[in-house]
Design a binder for this molecule. Structure first.
Ligand code: GLC
Length: 428
């Protein structure tokens, strides 16, 4: 089986580290997240009003792309179709698409053009689940799962026809929009009354994708063991990164939200702070992962003002600190980060970045680094950070003694004026 699955190109992906996820569709109108149909058990006919009122007149994809770029993001993953089945592009295979709403235009094409023009790569999220398609069998996650009459009436639904619809759409998406860097299928749930590889015909889907876009990165939600280029933990950060059974590192990308849900959610108040989000990005990279951070634009076609605020804050930090993110990974095992700190490591430049989450008073000991550090500086302003080792400090009791084998940094008393200060260590 291993030969069957050819690997996509993850080289750029592991260097770029930071992407923007966008969940956008007609669920922006009820403004209570993308799972609204499921959650409120909304019937297909009652959901239609959102299709009939989709009119994102303020939609300016160039502005979206500029915002993503300024935040330091390097790639986009956009929901071409989410679980509700609504398509952002002018698909030949359905009427349930942006071009048939009052807005009347394809929203996908201008988006990917805009992001590419800002130098970002483009990935397509495509929902395997489809609560609108007439051949998608009602299952445990369907909005009308409890509607006995509806289930009975829809018993004839034929998943093989739906699987073919998916292949047609995927072919369209991977043919008409130029080079696509990621395909992000979502998701399998091979539970009782669920769906998995046999339903999706995952193998055929996989083959088709590889054939059309040989280098594309394919995620891990097809329920097809051995096929994934990336693993996608969702709304948590694996505490030690991810390894396969033989202890080899797995390429992974955590997908995260600002406030807990994916689509625009007007009343959700659980927004993370800028500081938390920056720490989140660092936590991903320091464990050898990528961060895919999600925005849920509004029904008028704008980013949520709270998302704009957070992205701006991240961007300010990235301006001074992106070299501690791009091209970086987890450090070699012998570098153990001190308490309240994380390391990221650039193996090419041999720079070790010490991210300090809680600012200590004056000193910090870096174990295992004795004799390895050539120079140290704060990244935010390039100011030198002096350091000593146990050999060259005199233990008079009046100043802190360095620990054995450690390097002791002397930090300014005041925390630098950035959310997460970083010391750049030039390693021998
Ligand atoms: C989950 C959700 C889906 C969301 C995805 C993003 O699988 O079902 O709504 O798009 O996560 O990771």
């Amino acid at each position: 089986m291993a030969d069957f699955f050819k690997k996509g190109d993850t080289g750029w992906f592991q260097k770029d580290r930071f992407g923007m996820f966008i969940h956008w569709g007609i669920y922006a109108l009820p403004a209570r997240q993308a799972w609204i149909r499921y959650k409120d058990r909304i019937k297909i006919e009652d959901y239609k009003k959102y299709f009939d009122h989709f009119y994102p007149d303020l939609y300016d994809p160039k502005e979206w792309a500029r915002t993503a770029k300024k935040a330091g993001m390097k790639y986009l993953v956009i929901t071409t179709k989410h679980h509700d089945g609504f398509c952002l592009w002018d698909s030949k295979y359905t009427d349930y698409k942006a071009t048939n709403t009052p807005y009347g235009k394809d929203v996908l094409k201008p988006m990917i053009e805009a992001f590419r023009n800002e130098g970002l790569r483009v990935g397509f999220y495509y929902s395997l689940i489809d609560w609108h398609h007439h051949e998608f069998p009602i299952d445990a996650l369907h909005p009308q799962r409890d509607d006995k009459a509806f289930r009975k009436q829809e018993k004839h639904r034929d998943i093989t026809k739906y699987a073919e619809y998916m292949r047609n759409q995927v072919r369209e998406l991977l043919t008409d929009f130029g080079k696509i860097d990621i395909v992000w299928f979502d998701f399998s749930y091979p539970i009782e009354n669920g769906k998995g590889r046999d339903d999706w015909e995952s193998e055929k889907l996989y083959k088709l994708v590889r054939e059309l876009q040989p280098e594309i990165i394919i995620n891990d939600r097809l329920d097809l063991p051995g096929s994934a280029d990336i693993t996608t933990p969702e709304q948590y950060i694996p505490s030690e990164g991810l390894m396969d059974d033989n202890g080899n590192p797995i390429v992974w990308e955590g997908c995260q939200t600002f406030s807990g849900t994916w689509g625009y959610n007007r009343d959700e108040e659980s927004w993370k702070s800028v500081q938390m989000l920056i720490e989140m990005l660092i936590n991903h990279v320091s464990r050898d992962g990528n961060l895919l951070l999600n925005v849920g634009p509004t029904g008028r076609g704008e980013f949520d003002y709270r998302a704009i605020h957070c992205l701006k804050g991240i961007g300010e930090w990235m301006k001074g600190h992106s070299r501690a993110i791009y091209g970086c990974k987890n450090p070699p095992a012998e570098f153990k980060a001190p308490q309240d700190c994380r390391y990221t490591w650039n193996p090419e430049t041999k720079r070790l970045f010490l991210h300090i989450f809680a600012w200590p008073f004056r000193t910090i000991h870096l174990e295992g680094l004795d004799g390895r550090v050539k120079y140290a500086q704060l990244l935010n302003d390039g100011s030198e950070i002096k350091f000593s080792t146990s050999e060259n400090t005199v233990n008079s009791g009046m100043s802190e003694k360095s620990k054995d084998c450690a390097v002791t940094l002397t930090l300014p008393v005041k925390k630098p004026n950035v959310d997460v200060p970083v010391v750049e260590l030039f390693i021998d």
